[in-house]
Ligand binder design. Structure first.
Ligand code: F6P
Length: 359
């Protein structure tokens, strides 16, 4: 039998997963290899649930949202259980995964995911499965790559939301708080906040206080601007305050952040007496097709991942280090989040324009 490889998508979905699957399937087919796609993330490997990804199956995948393979960020393979906490996958599960990998006579497994998924992939690699990683997450919080795919699409969604809120906020002289995703990193909030003309950007990396936020609103009013756009990352928190979570903490998955937008809106309205509304963008940021930038990035990542297998380079993840895609050790990417530098170029750009970061 010829070469056969596997691929799976893990963690939260995001635009571009199918574009990676397509690039992998097409490049593998071109080499005469066969590709199996495991269903439902690592669970598919454990339960031997998979489908053949032949050339025909690649049709229409470039712009299709979600993942045709399905995904999971909980269950038997949950590796991340809290802020920075990684759980070891039980040995019997690692053993069974490896046995299935060998039974299918696979040469390697491509794992598409973020920090949690790649932490599992690394454990499988250390357990003897040849792994190649592809960095995915709208949060853009993975180390060792300048960008993860999905991020640009999420930012485009949040920027579009700000454009829309801008016109209605201005018409009604209202304050709007747009809550965006990003978990413990403020990349989506900062990029969309600057690109979408936000007036206040609240991110986890810069704890805020209400005096600063209200001072910005007052300053704008003095300039004859009676509306204000506040972008709040879901992980933003008040100085000396806690993360705002929605739903109870579950033992086998990360805490679900959410609700900071409503908290900020209520307090700002109380302090300013101005009508303050909240819009939670939620999973709109994860749904739908990828932007042009992400389509290209996914295609480059997918093709490069297949190349790494051809070179027998395992335990590596493809990464963007402009102008090239390169291979970095998975261990260089996981276990520490890449967050927005509070004094970096991005924040300085915002401050130069008069944007308040609430500090
Ligand atoms: O990691 C991607 C992400 O969308 C985060 O921004 C968000 O906190 C989380 O996933 C939401 O996950 P779920 O859809 O499981 O609630």
């Amino acid at each position: 039998m010829g070469v056969r490889i596997g691929i799976l998508t893990g963690g939260g979905d995001c635009p571009g997963l199918n574009a990676v699957i397509r690039a992998v399937g097409k490049s593998a087919t071109k080499r005469g290899w066969e590709t199996l796609g495991f269903l439902g993330g690592f669970e598919g490997l454990l339960d031997l649930q998979y489908r053949l990804l032949d050339y025909k199956a690649m049709d229409g995948l470039l712009f299709k949202g979600g993942t045709i393979l399905g995904t999971s960020n909980q269950g038997r393979f949950a590796a991340k259980t809290g802020h920075g906490e990684v759980r070891g996958i039980p040995k019997e599960i690692l053993d069974a995964s490896r046995a299935n990998f060998e039974k299918l006579d696979l040469r390697a497994l491509i794992v598409v995911g973020g920090d949690g998924t790649l932490s599992i992939a690394q454990q499988l690699f250390e357990h003897g499965i040849p792994i190649v990683g592809v960095p995915k997450t709208i949060d853009n919080d993975l180390e060792a790559t300048v960008m993860t795919f999905g991020f640009d699409s999420a930012v485009a969604c949040a920027t579009d939301a700000l454009d829309r809120l801008h016109t209605t906020a201005e018409s009604h002289n209202r304050i709007f708080v747009l809550e965006v995703m990003g978990r413990y990193a403020g990349w989506i909030a900062t990029h969309s906040g600057i690109a979408g003309g936000g007036d206040v950007i609240l991110i986890p990396e810069i704890p805020f206080n209400y005096e600063s936020i209200c001072a910005k609103i007052t300053e704008r009013e003095a300039q004859g601007k009676y509306f204000t756009l506040i972008v709040a990352a879901e992980g933003a928190r008040e100085k000396d305050g806690n993360f705002v979570t929605s739903g109870p903490q579950e033992s086998n998955r990360e805490a679900r952040l959410g609700g900071i937008g409503a908290v900020v809106a209520a307090e700002v309205q109380k302090r300013t007496g101005k009508e303050t509304r909240v819009c939670v963008l939620g999973h709109l940021q994860r749904g739908g097709g990828p932007t042009t930038f992400d389509r290209l990035l996914c295609t480059r990542f997918g093709a490069r991942a297949v190349e790494l297998i051809a070179e027998n380079q395992y335990g590596y993840m493809v990464a963007l280090q402009p102008p090239d895609t390169v291979a970095v050790k998975i261990t260089e990417a996981i276990g520490r989040l890449r967050t927005v530098p509070p004094n970096g170029d991005l924040v300085q750009t915002g401050r130069a324009l008069g944007i308040s970061f609430g500090d």
